[in-house]
Design a protein. Structure first.
Length: 86
């Protein structure tokens, strides 16, 4: 599974036919893009914890059990990623 930040900002090139075909860039979130450009499509959204945040928490925590738990979750996630990349 790949997760996309629905609130992430993107720049979408748009051709303005009323202005001689000039290309402008519209700034919008990924969610706004789906709303405007993909009528009727609503991507599934899930809450997610970024791997980078987990790695930082593991390094900064003073609680051995918490750090071990985070390390185990990261290891499981990395194994799953390798399976999906095949």
């Amino acid at each position: 599974m790949r997760v996309v930040d629905i609130d992430g900002v993107m720049f979408v090139p748009v051709v303005d036919e009323t202005n001689g075909g000039a290309v402008i860039e519209m700034k919008m979130t990924v969610g706004e893009f789906f709303e405007k450009c993909c009528a009727g499509f609503a991507p599934e959204t899930v809450e997610a914890i970024p791997v980078e945040w987990l790695e930082k928490a593991r390094k900064e925590t003073a609680l051995a059990r918490t750090a071990d738990s985070i390390r185990n979750v990261l290891a499981l996630w990395r194994r799953e990623e390798k399976r999906e990349d095949r």
